[in-house]
Design a protein around this ligand. Structure first.
Ligand code: 4FV
Length: 253
């Protein structure tokens, strides 16, 4: 059963473009995921297809009206138990790889409400929306990019989507850590060489080096991630080695 995404937006072309390339295009063509894009204006009650109005209480900008959202849900997804409505908003729960994994197991149709203007009338959030998600603490002009970010991050976790474009299994090897360095040909480039262990063919040593690099990079760039990461005994051994290497470096300087 393919994962069904729906996107409610007033700029459908924005999404069609991004979904027409590479991995997502192929996943949709192979019916592993489906992404239906709905133009909210088609559910506007008035002939001018307006979807926004001025804010009660005054203030700058416009607010998206509630009725088009209620009309599209009544028309397309009347059964609450079969739908999960997600509103993209800076107020939402911060999106992460964990939430991507969660959504990749979702059986219900996943419906994204993409806001534009200042905001969407609060009654939509209060009575229709199951969850608000934010992709980060910054203000965008619309919810379309966040919807695409989430569809991209979730779809690639669905078996068969990545295919030989890479595997999430390997990814889970260093789940929760930052990625290790990657190299490809040429082996020597402008005096810069690929670490010898990667040319050794010794996969136990290669995996050990990669895990050590992942822990080292995480310690340097995102130490808070390491706090949350459950270290194995081998990982603790690697972490000790890293600290010794750093001390040697400090002593060396
Ligand atoms: C946003 C975010 C975001 C707010 C008003 C769209 C904009 C405008 N959505 N994560 N950050 N949305 O900035 O999800 O309608």
């Amino acid at each position: 059963m393919s994962t069904k995404f729906h996107v409610v937006t007033i700029f459908p072309e924005m999404l069609e473009t991004y979904l027409g390339f590479s991995i997502l295009k192929r996943a949709i063509r192979n019916n592993i995921v489906s992404v239906e894009i709905h133009n909210l204006r088609d559910y506007s009650p008035n002939k001018h297809k307006t979807v926004d109005d001025s804010p009660f209480g005054g203030g700058a900008g416009m607010v998206m009206k509630p009725d088009p959202f209620f009309r599209i849900v009544e028309a397309l997804w009347p059964e609450k138990e079969k739908r999960k409505i997600i509103m993209l908003s800076p107020r939402g729960r911060l999106f992460s790889q964990d939430s991507a994994m969660e959504l990749s197991h979702e059986e219900k149709d996943i419906i994204f409400f993409c806001g534009r203007y200042e905001a969407i009338d609060q009654r939509v959030s209060d009575y229709l929306v199951d969850e608000e998600i934010s992709i980060g603490d910054y203000i965008l002009t619309g919810g379309e990019l966040p919807a695409l970010v989430i569809i991209d991050a979730v779809a690639r976790l669905i078996p068969g989507v990545l295919g030989d474009f890479g595997s999430t299994e390997e990814e889970s090897f260093s789940w929760g850590l930052l990625d290790y360095p990657h190299y490809t040909r040429p082996e020597h480039f402008q005096g810069m060489s690929v670490p010898g262990v990667l040319m050794s063919g010794n996969h136990r040593e290669i995996n050990r080096w990669r895990k050590k690099q992942a822990i080292k990079t995480t310690l340097e760039k995102r130490p808070e991630l390491l706090e949350r990461y459950v270290l194995t005994d081998k990982d603790r051994e690697l972490l000790e080695e890293i600290k010794e290497d750093n001390n040697e470096l400090d002593r060396g300087n």
